[in-house]
Write a protein that binds this ligand. Sequence first.
Ligand code: PGA
Length: 258
Amino acid sequence: MSKKPIIIGNWKMHLNVDQSKNLAEKLEESLSDFSEGVDIVLCPSSIALHQVLAATPSLSVGIQNIYFADEGAYTGEISASQVKGLVRYAIVGHSERRANFGETNEMVARKAAAALRNGITPIICVGETAQERHHGEATQVINDQLSTGLTMLTASEIKDIVIAYEPVWAIGSGESAKADDVAEAADTIRSATAQMFGQSATEEVRILYGGSVSSDSAGSYLNLPAISGLLVGGASLNDHEFTKIVQIASEVANQQDE
Ligand code: PGA
């Protein structure tokens, strides 16, 4: 793991406003002591952003999706400019959005640019499906997702982004990726960004792993030199489990500092 670790909880379309507030209050209590050493980001449903922000002064808050225009006649969408100053992060290109809502690599590129021009750090998700992996296409898929997805960014902006490797087959399946495969995907991501933006810009990019992460598997990823943190779905809805994962990130970071 390099740099300050970042642990992101993606609550997806779970919890109503009161339940979100409740979970946020518990996490503020259990995690505030770790917030100095670990970037802890909660991504609730947008309806609960205000309540979660109010309940978590020591933690960061992110949005699960943004639209790429700043304003206009886009019924039901939320723009980066509307949440500017509220959230620090925006998840972009999550595989559930790609699969269920037709999000393309071009849209990912525009969303990443929209986030950055509004002072929000995009968490850009990439990863292959089971079928693509089976056909030996994982590297190619990641390269394609990045070569288009990052195309609107500059070398100075690239330093501020987060890229999450989330193999589609590992998400919500209980089957997390092997640490060796994650290390290999992180290499692919680093080489792709280096090719586009140069080696030095790329060294700053934080690469995360996501897909059925639990407190049992978290350490195996966080100990990889190429991995700076985790994007956690299901396990982030359980305050004990998410707290354990953050604790592990903090321990790994402390060991590396010694
Ligand atoms: P999961 O989700 O941890 O439930 O697999 C991860 C994600 O979708 O970001």
